[in-house]
Design a protein around this ligand. Structure first.
Ligand code: ADP
Ligand code: MG
Length: 695
């Protein structure tokens, strides 16, 4: 009788051969808790130890393997107190390579004079001989033996867990649980892309015979991850669009001409292209779900106004939602300018309305007496009921992600069309992951006549003369932002830094000028007041921590100093600089730095070189990783385990195309070959994307 409990991939990894409680704790640092977690803990990359070189033929900086006999063993203490282990191996001709270890004394136990070993590492020529830092060591039984593992998987590691131990555990896991892994990918897709099926893919990913075999196996997991995400997004698109009803709102040539006459400028080609895409969506009876992406100042608002007016001309109501009161007010002012000659009945729904005023407004909206409502997302989405809402424009500015998107309260008369605007350029591949459920329009081109901002990275020596120059410009009527960074750990510190900067400037370089101080400790009303004073030119300069509202328009502010610029990410710097690139006068942006790291230097060099937000966003993602680019906030979509939308972009595009085709062909994933895939999609994204349980 077999009484052994049934094995499962969700078994705790602790009971796997060679693991035990202590190692299980270490594995938990890597988020490995179950056997399944361990099997899917994939290598970061592969080392090829098969490039075996004669000691006379080494190339600096490239991973190579040498073999020889230990002829010197030495450990010494450096003047810094650091201890160094040096092990010299020599070949038959007496040529030597020195292996060097810093502080890892347990390594010394492996070695003794005369032992035959292979060292694998990247050699460096030091004074008169080759050295390898922390080479991988293989003990050879006989002279001339091939090293046993030619290709070695290199894993994301945690302290105190030797790489070889981890490999042994993975081996044990594969041997006793390998046959339990179920392949969620349909055969057809695997063979079309030449990807290995499970469990072979796991075997190849962990223990490949060649680097390319390992990489192909890894591609399979990346593809699978992208496919699952893209299917989830396709299902969500279906739910938001194909399964819903929205009013048809066509625009004809006459309407088009009437709207265009309202703008004091000719729309750019990119604006026209976005408008054409929007109009095509609005005349369908499925709700538009479109993202309008544009660099700061590229002219999104004009496009939004066009769309709002198409809705109103079609006798539907429209709403424009901004993230803050200041921005809602600003949009309102812009609308007022464009609509001066129009009879559109419009209303600004602000938090400062009295209860009575608000009640009256809500009644009018419900009765259809108001065509166009502007407000913050909170105000508009809470309890407002529209008579016949046709379009919602959501200005998200710098916020990201599907899950956070404000949703207007469900309306009785069917769904409105949605247009989401963001001022943060995101590379297409990243947009396909975080905004993958939306159709995307991009405005890249800036309106004509825009002057590029001049950006200079200055040294402390140049500070006094720069202040003098700024002072003169402010005396001639221009305005400046002085940006101080947030101190991460402590709001009070960042406040103090900004307050000190403010005190120093008013007592010194900017004495006699009107300088405001804006920081995170102020409440919203005070922040609004300061921004308003600045906009109305009652202040010459604004010392601010990064609470300057993204999107706030002060065209006369063309000067900016960014303190400790190394603390900001590229996207953030770009957003800041966007504040001073809105007028006819060329902006000037000055950077001061404390002690930038190598990475920060690279970032700042890129920043001074280009003003293209899309280029900067891509560089930012490359330098800091996707998670950082998207902000620390949990958005649920960018946290991929295997794939990197930038590095693996062609796999992402492939997976997206496959997902769209698959969902078109089997919209509820009911085919038996899609059963596991469906389960996986729902487990991973069902909640984040509010997907209905399909089937
Ligand atoms: P965004 O919302 O993308 O930051 P806005 O719509 O606020 O940009 O436009 C920024 C500025 O450019 C505004 O002052 C606007 O009047 C102007 N603008 C927009 N489109 C054009 C255009 N096609 N030609 C000239 N100026 C334009
Ligand atoms: Mg704007």
């Amino acid at each position: 009788m077999n009484t052994a409990p049934k094995k499962s991939l969700t078994d705790s990894v602790q009971f796997l051969k060679g693991v035990g409680p202590a190692r299980a704790d270490l594995l938990a640092n890597l988020n490995i808790r179950t056997v399944g977690d361990l099997l899917f803990h994939l290598p970061r990359y592969y080392d090829d130890l098969g490039d075996i070189r004669d000691m006379g033929q080494l190339t600096a900086g490239v991973l190579q393997t040498v073999r020889g006999e230990i002829v010197e063993l030495d450990s010494k203490e450096l003047p810094t107190g650091k201890r160094v282990l040096s092990v010299v191996v020599a070949d038959a001709k007496g040529r030597c390579v020195e292996g060097v270890w810093f502080g890892q004394f347990f390594v010394a136990q492996k070695f003794r004079y005369g032992l035959k070993v292979a060292f694998s590492g990247k050699p460096k020529w030091f004074r008169d001989h080759w050295t390898m830092q922390h080479p991988r060591v293989e003990i050879l039984e006989h002279a001339g033996d091939e090293p046993i593992n030619k290709v070695v998987a290199v894993y994301p590691m945690t302290e105190n867990l030797a790489a070889d131990r981890l490999r042994d555990m993975v081996r044990a896991g594969l041997d006793s649980f390998g046959e339990l892994v179920a392949d969620i990918l349909p055969r057809g897709l695997l063979s079309r892309h030449g990807l290995p099926a499970l469990p072979q893919a796991l075997e190849h990913a962990h223990f490949p015979v060649s680097v390319s075999q390992g990489l192909t196996a890894k591609r399979r997991f990346i593809y699978e991850e992208f496919l699952v995400l893209q299917i989830a997004l396709s299902l969500r698109r279906r739910e938001l669009r194909d399964a819903r009803q929205a009013p048809k709102m066509p625009a004809d040539a006459e309407m088009d001409a009437r709207i265009r006459r309202l703008f004091p400028f000719t729309l750019t080609q990119d604006q026209d292209r976005s408008i054409a895409a929007i109009c095509k969506d609005l005349k369908q009876d499925r709700p538009m779900q479109r993202l309008l992406q544009a660099d700061v100042g590229a002219g999104k608002t004009a496009v939004a106004v066009y769309a709002l007016l198409v809705a109103v001309a079609n006798k539907h109501q429209a709403a424009l939602m901004a993230p803050t009161e200041v921005l809602a007010q600003q949009h309102w002012n812009t609308l007022e300018k464009y609509l001066a000659q129009s009879r559109v009945r419009r209303f600004l729904l602000t938090g400062s309305l009295s209860a009575k005023e608000r009640r009256q407004a809500l009644e009018d909206i419900r009765a259809g007496k108001i065509d166009l409502v502007v407000g913050t997302q909170a105000l508009v989405s809470q309890d407002v009921v529209f008579a016949r809402l046709g379009l919602v424009v959501i200005d998200e500015q710098h916020k990201f992600g599907v899950s956070q998107r404000a949703r207007i309260r469900k309306q009785e008369a069917g769904d409105p069309h949605y247009l989401v605007m963001t001022a943060t350029p995101i590379p297409r591949t990243i947009a396909l992951t975080v905004f993958g459920d939306l159709d995307i329009s991009i405005i890249r081109q800036l309106p004509p006549g825009r002057q590029p901002v001049v950006t200079r990275w200055l040294t402390e020596k140049q500070r006094a003369s720069t202040y003098q120059q700024l002072r003169e410009q402010m005396q001639q009527g221009r305005q400046a932002y002085i940006v101080c960074p947030l101190v991460e750990e402590s709001e009070s510190l960042d406040w103090k830094a900004a307050a000190k900067m403010h005190a120093d400037l008013t007592a010194g370089a900017f004495g006699g000028l009107r300088v405001g101080l804006l920081h995170g400790r102020l409440d919203d009303a005070d922040k609004d007041r300061l921004m308003r004073e600045f906009r109305d030119r009652k202040l010459d300069a604004l010392v601010a921590t990064v609470v300057i509202e993204v999107g706030v328009d002060v065209p006369n502010a063309t000067l900016m100093v960014i303190e400790q610029a190394e603390r900001f990410g590229l996207s953030q710097l770009h957003q800041l600089r966007g504040r001073i690139s809105r007028g006819e006068v060329a902006g000037e942006c000055y950077l001061f730095t404390g002690m930038p790291t190598e990475e920060a230097r690279e970032r700042l060099k890129i920043f001074t070189r280009t003003a293209d937000g899309f280029v900067l966003a891509e560089e930012d993602a490359r330098l800091r990783g996707l998670g950082e680019l998207l902000g620390t906030r949990q958005h649920g979509l960018g946290d991929l385990r295997f794939g990197d939308p930038l590095a693996d972009r062609e796999l992402l595009e492939t997976a997206r195309a496959d997902a769209i085709a698959l969902v078109a062909d089997d919209p509820e994933l009911r085919k038996p070959e899609h059963a596991l895939l469906r389960r996986n999609v729902l487990d991973r994204y069902g909640k984040t994307l509010a997907l209905a349980e399909v089937g």
